[in-house]
Design a protein around this ligand. Structure first.
Ligand code: FES
Ligand SMILES: [Fe+2]
Length: 436
């Protein structure tokens, strides 16, 4: 029997029950209802650029293999042999025409077909129907400007409809220059004892924590912005809720702030190519050119540094973060070096800002384990009734800071947890131009 979520997430009052971060039964339901049905980020096309390239990732707790088959088509398969269930590929990435299971030797091609069975004649008497025992494939796979997403649910809306107006903001990461994007270097992976939702919540709209959580990192010189005295209550900035649990921080309406960080090699590069950005995405979005931070429901996040990341669930109180730098293909080498330096200094397991954040999430998760602590709800009431709308931006705008995005995120989570199928889940109309 599943749990009804209506009394656990009371968005109208700004209250969220802490058990949603720790309860094992809710977690099992979450793997099925959220991670089993939503579109999840699994990689970048550049990771599987050539025929027979593969890359290992996760969808929820399920290990998957993103492949490009010998004919060039993208697939995402459960990384599980159909015989006893062994993983068919242990490598993180590479190029191979087929994967031989290390248990008994069943072999699968990059299009998922079972192409080799030891003893097929002598032991199976040619009676095994190999066409029925290929790899388990996701129900849908699609790309948005180089980013690859997949879902296990064939009734899920198209990726573009699922993204809604969030794509308008994501373009600021993936559509800045002709030639598109690629991932830079390898990627960081690390495990921490926090529920995955704390990462998604924080990067999807927690402006409030910046001056306090990152105060010491700011003093050390790693980050300058949070010490700006206008950072809390800045009238020129907004948190944005594009709908359906997605959150962006934030929209900018003033003049001059985008030039504040010039002198930094990455900012100077962006300034140099501002006319191209404006020509591609228009003046409103070009103004946001030092673009902020966002979470697309449920667990895909981007950051203007620029980077993309996934908050993989690994149990109710554990997650594994995968974080990548993403850059314009046209980016010159000195700027690439600076992006990597910035990313390593601020983010990843050794990054100053990341460590600031993680320490808080560990404690917030642990609070939901205590018999007394879990009786007291989390507060996300900031700014209720003070949302606004500006015609140039899609979505609801709220303060800098505000917790409208958190209320949207947890409401969406509860809606999807309660729904029996996609026909019971609301989808926002896209109000921005549909771009291919
Ligand atoms: S488990 Fe893979 S061949 Fe037996
Ligand atoms: Fe932070």
């Amino acid at each position: 029997m599943t749990t009804t979520l209506s009394n656990l997430v009371r968005a109208e009052k700004g209250l969220v029950d802490r058990r949603i971060f720790t309860d094992p039964d809710l977690y099992k339901q979450e793997l099925e209802q959220v991670f089993g049905r939503c579109w999840l980020f699994i990689g970048h096309e550049s990771q599987v650029a050539k025929p027979n390239d593969f890359f290992g990732a996760y969808m929820g707790e399920d290990p998957i293999l993103l492949t490009r088959d010998s004919k060039g088509k993208l697939h995402a398969f459960l990384n599980m042999c159909r015989h006893r269930g062994n993983r068919i590929c242990r490598a993180d990435f590479g190029n191979a025409p087929s994967f031989m299971c290390t248990y008994h030797g069943w072999t699968f091609a990059t299009d998922g077909k079972l192409v080799g069975v030891p003893g097929y004649k002598e032991a199976y008497f040619e009676e095994l129907d190999r066409s029925q025992w290929g790899l388990v494939e996701t129900a849908q796979i699609d790309s948005y400007k180089g980013l690859v997403f997949a879902t296990w649910d064939k009734s899920a809306p198209s990726l573009r409809d699922y993204m809604g107006d969030m794509a308008w903001w994501l373009d600021l990461v993936v559509d800045r220059r002709a030639g598109g994007t690629e991932l830079l270097g390898g990627h960081h992976k690390w495990v921490l004892n926090s529920n995955w939702k704390f990462g998604a919540d924080n990067f999807g709209g927690d402006v409030y924590h910046l001056p306090v959580t990152h105060g010491s990192t700011s003093l050390s010189g790693i980050s300058r912005q949070p010490r700006n005295p206008r950072y809390i209550g800045d009238p020129d900035r907004y948190s944005v809720s594009p709908g359906k649990g997605n959150g962006v921080m934030g929209a900018y309406v003033g003049e001059g702030i985008n030039r504040a960080n010039t002198g930094d090699v990455v900012a100077d590069y962006r300034l140099k190519h501002l006319p191209e950005l404006e020509q591609r995405l228009g003046a409103t979005r070009a103004k946001q050119f030092t673009f902020g931070v966002a979470t697309m429901f449920p667990n895909f996040t981007w950051h203007g540094s620029p980077m993309v990341r996934t908050w993989h669930p690994k149990g109710p109180t554990k997650m594994e973060v995968w974080s990548y730098c993403i850059i314009d293909k046209e980016m010159p080498s000195d700027v690439r070096d600076a992006v990597l330096r910035n990313a390593n200094r601020g983010f990843g397991p050794a990054g100053g800002l990341e460590q600031d954040d993680m320490n808080n999430w560990l404690q917030c998760t642990a609070s939901g384990l205590g018999p007394t602590g879990k009786k007291y709800p989390m507060n996300v009431e900031m700014g209720i009734g003070h949302d606004t709308k500006l015609e140039q931006f899609p979505g609801i705008l709220s303060g800098w800071p505000s917790e409208t995005n958190q209320r949207s995120f947890y409401s969406r989570w509860a809606e999807i947890m309660d729904a029996s199928s996609w026909s019971d889940i609301s989808i926002s109309p896209i109000t921005t131009p549909k771009q291919a």
